[in-house]
Design a protein around this ligand. Structure first.
Ligand code: GDS
Length: 208
């Protein structure tokens, strides 16, 4: 396993969750930060399976697609449930988080000026689904009794939403407690307080 290398632009973006996950798992990784002007030259893009970053290297294994990378980390770090049933539920939750991430990305990148307020107004209708799962499981995690890659993905998306709207979890007590507890995990706390994390904007267009 490893060494791990992430190649990505200088943003949190699609690498936020995997970085938090690796930090919490005590896993070191190397970062290659890609300058957008260099990216536009096209050579790296042409070599990427889907023409996009992030690129993730685990020794000789090269992966693209941020959720495939999270799943790989889940397998490598025992964060993919205790059996096949839990793994299926974790996949389901990860896909649910992805749907929210896509809605957020569309608002941020395509319609921030006109779409931000309606997005925030509609947000409880999306967050309440995660709130219900979290409240039902009662362990402080989406599935099982320890963090899976889906928890890291949800945690990172919620952090971004708290920047968008600091009161967005006020009616979601289980999610609020989840964010507080994840933020207080010593390795996550150290990572979120690090320059490496703080210096990166959430999104590539400066909107948040
Ligand atoms: N599904 C992939 C994943 O999960 O890894 C998405 C990867 C992705 O979108 N990578 C972006 C990229 O490499 C950086 S994230 N862009 C360079 C390129 O395409 O040449 N993505 C949809 C998503 O996240 O689902 C986006 O909206 C990204 N926007 C967010 S930055 C366009 C432009 O200049 O406007 N050519 C590129 C905008 C763009 O990539």
């Amino acid at each position: 396993m490893g060494p791990y290398t992430i190649t990505y632009f200088g943003v949190r973006g699609r690498c936020g969750a995997m970085r938090i996950m690796m930090a919490d798992q005590g896993q070191e990784w190397k970062e290659i930060l890609m300058d957008f002007a260099d990216w536009m030259k096209g050579d790296l893009k042409a070599s990427c399976v889907f023409g996009q970053l992030p690129k993730f290297e685990d020794g000789g294994l090269v992966l693209y697609q941020s959720n495939a990378i999270l799943r790989h980390l889940g397998r490598n770090h025992d964060a993919y449930g205790k059996d096949g049933k839990e793994a299926a539920l974790i996949d389901m939750m990860c896909d649910g988080v992805e749907d929210l991430r896509l809605k957020y990305g569309k608002m941020i990148y395509q319609e921030y000026d006109t779409g931000k307020d309606p997005y925030i107004k509609d947000l409880p209708n999306h967050l309440d689904k995660f709130e219900a799962v979290m409240a039902k499981n009662k362990t402080g995690f989406l599935v099982g009794d320890k963090p899976s890659f889906a928890d890291y993905s949800l945690f990172e998306v919620l952090l971004n939403h708290l920047v968008l709207c600091s009161s967005c979890l006020d009616t979601s007590p289980s999610l609020k407690s989840f964010v507080e507890k994840m933020s207080a995990r010593p390795k996550i706390k150290a990572f979120l307080g690090s320059d490496a994390y703080k210096k990166l904007p959430i999104n590539g267009n400066g909107k948040q």
